[in-house]
Write a protein that binds this ligand. Structure first.
Ligand SMILES: Cc1cc2nc3c(=O)[nH]c(=O)nc-3n(C[C@H](O)[C@H](O)[C@H](O)COP(=O)(O)OP(=O)(O)OC[C@H]3O[C@@H](n4cnc5c(N)ncnc54)[C@H](O)[C@@H]3O)c2cc1C
Length: 380
């Protein structure tokens, strides 16, 4: 049997779910598809920064696991600690199974249809076929929101030029005194891993602790880094743990559209290159593609133009600057430490403003760094 829709979205992560929500809200016939059955676990620290949260025009209180108006940023071995504070929650804690399911439910309330337990195995001329059923879906627009590995973009013939960085996350239950001590704040520890950082995010009953390495060709021993990081956090007893390693794409694809197929979220490579925070740009790209389809009057060529135009305006410039800044920050630690010592508090405030969506990374970053450090940075 074949069913027809204007739009078929593959993936119920924040990018796909928010695209479905915005499309359904505009009355556009939409199906959202996932190989899993919701709610499903997703490897993620679950730190939702405010720039992402403020895009949601509905309450997420029912699934929130915490809200933090301040962030603790430590630089390992440098005895430096910054704590930017704001009036609004800079970072909210979510578990991705309930968060993603809520977004999908909101899309369903506006009429989006959900097809679960359906792994897309072929995509041709707007027709999707599945691994475990004979059902077919035909759609004018195919939105590929299937995450970091993005098998569907391969099926659709996209070249993959994204850079993927490795990260590992532990969901751990710790003794009560450790939980009480570590659940008072969200913290980032720069250099908890070489070329990277560690995070400790408190959830309702457990901690999400992990490390990410923001250099693609680095030699990575994520489990060892994370074990050392937990020791640094003085976590000596773990009551229960699950660990998950995965990748995060931190550079955008050159090609974002092929025929009637559009990539968004991690499938497009839209995570922030400095902190590898991917939820907010996943949400943003979901919103952008829905606007592009609507502004393009449901015509493929017009939508393509609108999507590229909006992405080039709202996402790509910041990602490009972020890639350069990440290189400076993680790979040139001697100069970086000099900078952090003198201007770290200011930089932490600026990063917080980016998390809030109040500003983006500065386009004149090189000039600013050179002026502040009074040295030339020819490699940047
Ligand atoms: C260890 C780790 C920690 C992270 N921590 C944070 C954090 O704290 N904050 C933050 O903002 N970001 C974090 N990220 C990044 C964030 O998880 C991603 O950027 C975000 O999930 C991207 O959302 P998405 O919608 O593009 O894709 P995803 O959330 O990956 O969703 C993709 C969906 O597609 C489905 N799918 C895949 N293939 C198929 C198929 N063939 N057919 C049908 N369905 C399919 C999957 O089942 C999945 O539901 C972290 C990532 C990692 C790896």
């Amino acid at each position: 049997m074949r069913k027809n829709y204007e739009v078929a979205i593959i993936g119920t992560g924040p990018s796909g779910a928010f695209a479905a929500y915005n499309l359904a809200k505009k009355g556009i016939s939409t199906v959202i598809i996932d190989k899993e059955t919701l709610p499903r676990y997703k490897i993620c620290g679950g730190g939702l920064v405010y720039r992402g949260r403020k895009m949601l025009d509905f309450s997420i209180d029912e699934i929130l696991e915490g809200e933090f108006n301040q962030v603790d940023i430590f630089v390992k071995d440098k005895d430096v600690h910054f704590t930017p504070k704001r009036e609004m929650p800079v970072i909210s804690m979510v578990m991705r199974d309930t968060f993603d399911e809520l977004l999908v439910k909101k899309a369903q309330e506006f009429g989006a249809e959900l097809l679960q337990n359906s792994e897309v195995k072929s995509i041709k001329n707007g027709i999707l076929k599945f691994a475990n059923s004979d059902e077919e879906i035909e759609a004018k627009f195919i939105i590929i929101a299937d995450g970091a590995l993005s098998p569907v973009s391969k099926l659709a013939g996209f070249e993959d030029d994204r850079l993927l960085i490795p990260a590992i996350e532990y969901e751990i239950e710790v003794p009560e005194e450790d939980f009480v001590r570590l659940s008072k704040s969200v913290r980032f520890d720069i250099d908890a891993a070489p070329f990277g950082y560690g995070w400790c995010f408190p959830k309702n009953n457990h901690l999400s602790v992990g490390v990410g390495v923001l250099k693609t060709k680095a030699k990575v021993k994520l489990k060892d880094y994370c074990a050392t990081y937990m020791k640094d956090l003085e976590i000596n007893t773990i009551i229960s743990e699950t660990s998950h390693g995965f990748v995060i794409p931190i550079t955008p694809r050159n090609e974002l559209v092929k025929g009637n197929c559009f990539v968004i979220g991690d499938a497009a490579g839209f995570a922030d290159p400095i902190v590898a925070e991917g939820i907010s740009n996943a949400l943003l790209s979901g919103k952008i593609i829905a606007e592009a389809i609507s502004d393009g009057n449901l015509e493929v060529e017009k939508t393509k133009e609108k999507y590229i135009e909006k992405v080039n305006e709202k996402l790509i410039p910041e990602l490009k600057i972020g890639i350069k800044l990440a290189k400076f920050f993680y790979e040139n630690t001697t100069i970086r430490n000099l900078f952090v010592k003198k201007f770290g508090a200011l930089a932490a405030e600026r990063l917080t403003d980016v998390f809030l969506g109040k500003s983006t990374y500065p386009s004149d970053y090189k000039k600013k760094l050179q002026e502040k450090l009074k040295i030339s940075l020819p490699w940047m």
